[in-house]
Write a protein that binds this ligand. Sequence first.
Ligand code: DGI
Ligand code: FE
Ligand code: FE
Ligand code: FE
Length: 188
Amino acid sequence: RLTDGQLRACSYSMMKAKRIAHVGGVEEEAVRLARRWGADEELARRAGILHDCTKYYSLEQQLQICEEYGIVLDDLERVSVKLLHSKTGAALARHVFGQPDEVYWAIYYHTTGKADMTLLEKLVYLADYMEPNRDFPGVEELRKLCYEDLDAALLMGLEMSIDDLNERGVPIHRNTQGARDWLLEHRK
Ligand code: DGI
Ligand code: FE
Ligand code: FE
Ligand code: FE
């Protein structure tokens, strides 16, 4: 099995400097969140390291990987390279880097979320959103909420994301909407 250092070297070799800083931030933040909320720190770390490893693959390469590993795509995913990198990143994490299911699914859902997420899925989604290199209005409030009320933070992230996509006229994926609707119904 590959060490964390080897995983980092592989993942970083697949991206540009700016993305490497982000991925380092996600690893650090995911581990910190895992410690806070009692998730497996090592799985959080590996999901963080690998979550964007296919970010620079072309749409064609992404589609080919999905085909190779039997990942079924909907109409929106077939044309959205940004929605594919999470699925292909998960596929490489499992099939190339030998990571377990928990890491696979945390990477798979890190861009959209989904209804009824596992703890690790929530932590990686949020670490991706608010790691130390991210900067946008509200990021400090989101960071604070992540350590106080995880589901409230998740809902805040999803609503900001949906507002932003709507403003840009980008279609909302059913898993993004599903994640938000689930929280509105089930959050205590
Ligand atoms: O890979 P990162 O840049 O670190 O972040 P990410 O994996 O969260 O990807 C963010 C991108 O994904 C952003 O450009 C918008 C896109 N995205 C997220 N949710 C949706 C979406 N695109 C569509 N069409 N629909 C969504 O629901
Ligand atoms: Fe991503
Ligand atoms: Fe994100
Ligand atoms: Fe990311």
